[in-house]
Design a protein around this ligand. Structure first.
Ligand SMILES: [Fe+2]
Ligand SMILES: [Fe+2]
Length: 470
């Protein structure tokens, strides 16, 4: 079904055919717009060169144009339905997928959708003020693109809550606008989404590491036996790819500029020359990677096992796995800390599903490090960037409550306290990075701490006027 843009809420889920649902979503819409006005991008713009989804198919789903941001057409888009789709895993494997929520899984499914939904507006809130210090119009446009799409992902989750979870779902949809990132009384559900994104290096790290966690979580929900959730996540994943592109290439460009300044001035200490030292980039990687790992939950999880067995949440690329997809007979290794040592335990594969997903995520993160190290190599710099040990700076799971160095050594409180500023961004690092954040809004111009992008958006030149101001 194609997307109907003549409707108040653009959609491909036949909202006109369900008056009650349409009215419910139309009554949520003003609250969403009010949230966008008060918690969305703070910098005033006239219009922004944005892509809008026009179809959900493989080809040509996006349309690009300059649009006023608060007139962006947020809507409800699900990937096409595959009428033959069957449950790929768990105890109901092989049965047809569900078009309605089975009563016994109602609470669990609602919870999974609420947790996913809560992260979407949270990142918009975290990034609210970044527009005031964008390094170029190209970057400003990318920030806003990410923001409007996270807004749409909220719509996607709210649609599911309204359409399938009755009154309780509608109440949860309201609550998604009432919690706010970093709010003392009513924070967002997950820790990483209450951290601020105070500068553009943090933004690139967030879109690289934290949006990538989102990719893996959506990947597991895309496998869900609850078909509307699966189709929703499938389409969200297409939009997420651009968010991670922003992160990957953003860090590429920071590293490239850092290498350039290091060579030019023949020193590691490029802060006085308006650059971000490699050490500081490493510390930002350490921080954002470790808080994103916390989002995978405990290594050993009975919830994850139950969700899998019930068919609610699968593994990353479930259908490509070469096993029985039931896992009752399989074992897996998980990390544990025992008697002052980091070692592993064998547990049922079902209990190790968070660990399994985290492993896929880590392998994916490594590709960015390889890429950034190639940039260093090409720039004639010998030093390299690394992912810290999986136990470094963790607050969730087996490593929480232990101090582990980036190299993976268990250390005491004293060693940790004495070295923390070497491993994580110190106040001085953050102050320096923040001092570099000044807006560059002239088309084709770029801030001094970052290299220009290699190409523009949608075949437009880099110096295109991506954003117009009032
Ligand atoms: Fe998202
Ligand atoms: Fe995202």
């Amino acid at each position: 079904m194609s997307i109907d843009y003549s409707e108040k809420i653009p959609n491909n889920v036949d909202l006109v055919g369900n008056r009650k649902l349409q009215r419910a979503l139309e009554s949520w819409q003003p609250n969403f717009l009010n949230w966008w006005k008060t918690m969305g991008p703070a910098v005033p713009t006239e219009n922004v060169y944005l892509r809008t989804a026009v179809a959900v198919g493989r080809e040509g789903w996006a349309h690009f144009d300059h649009v006023p941001m608060d007139e962006y057409r947020w809507g409800v888009f699900l990937a096409e339905r595959n009428t033959d789709r069957r449950i790929a895993f768990g105890e109901q494997k092989g049965e047809p997928v569900w078009q309605q929520v089975p009563g016994e899984y109602r609470a669990d499914l609602q919870r999974l959708i609420v947790i996913q939904g809560d992260t979407e507006p949270a990142s918009v809130e975290q990034q609210r003020r970044l527009g005031e210090s964008a390094p170029s119009l190209y970057d400003l446009r990318n920030l806003f693109q990410v923001n409007v799409e996270e807004g749409r992902h909220l719509w996607a989750m709210v649609y599911l809550l309204h359409a399938y979870f009755g009154r309780a779902g509608r109440e949860e949809a309201e609550a998604l606008l009432q919690r706010n990132s970093g709010d003392i009384d009513s924070p967002r559900i997950l820790g990483a989404f209450n951290e601020e994104t105070p500068d553009w290096l943090s933004f690139y790290m967030f879109t690289y590491f934290t949006d990538r966690d989102g990719k893996y979580q959506l990947g597991t929900l895309k496998e869900s036996a609850f078909d509307p959730l699966s189709r929703t996540c499938e389409f969200m994943l297409k939009e997420e790819a651009h968010h991670m592109f922003v992160g990957t290439t953003g860090v590429d460009r920071v590293v490239a500029r850092t290498a350039e300044l290091m060579r030019e001035h023949d020193t590691d200490d490029i802060a006085p020359y308006g650059g971000i030292p490699l050490d500081v980039i490493q510390k930002y990687i350490n921080f954002h990677y470790s808080v994103s790992l916390d989002l995978f939950g405990s290594e050993r999880s009975t919830n994850a096992a139950n969700y899998f067995t019930a068919g609610l949440k699968g593994r990353w690329q479930e259908e490509r796995r070469k096993d029985d997809h039931v896992l009752t007979e399989d074992a897996a290794q998980i990390d544990v800390v025992r008697a002052g040592e980091i070692t592993t335990d064998e547990v049922s594969a079902l209990l190790a599903l968070n660990h399994d997903l985290r492993r896929e995520y880590i392998a994916d993160c490594e590709t960015g490090l390889k890429r950034w190290n190639r940039v260093l190599e090409k720039g004639g710099i010998e030093r390299r960037l690394h992912l810290p040990h999986v136990g470094f700076n963790r607050h969730v799971g087996v490593f929480g409550g232990h101090h582990i160095t980036p190299k993976g050594d268990l250390v005491g409180e004293d060693v940790w306290a004495a070295n923390q500023d070497k491993w994580l961004p110190s106040e001085a690092d953050k102050t320096h990075v923040r001092s570099l954040m000044r807006p560059v809004y002239e088309p084709g111009k770029i801030a001094g701490w970052i290299a220009p992008p290699s190409k523009g958006i949608n075949d437009k030149p880099v110096d295109y006027e991506y954003v117009h101001f009032p």
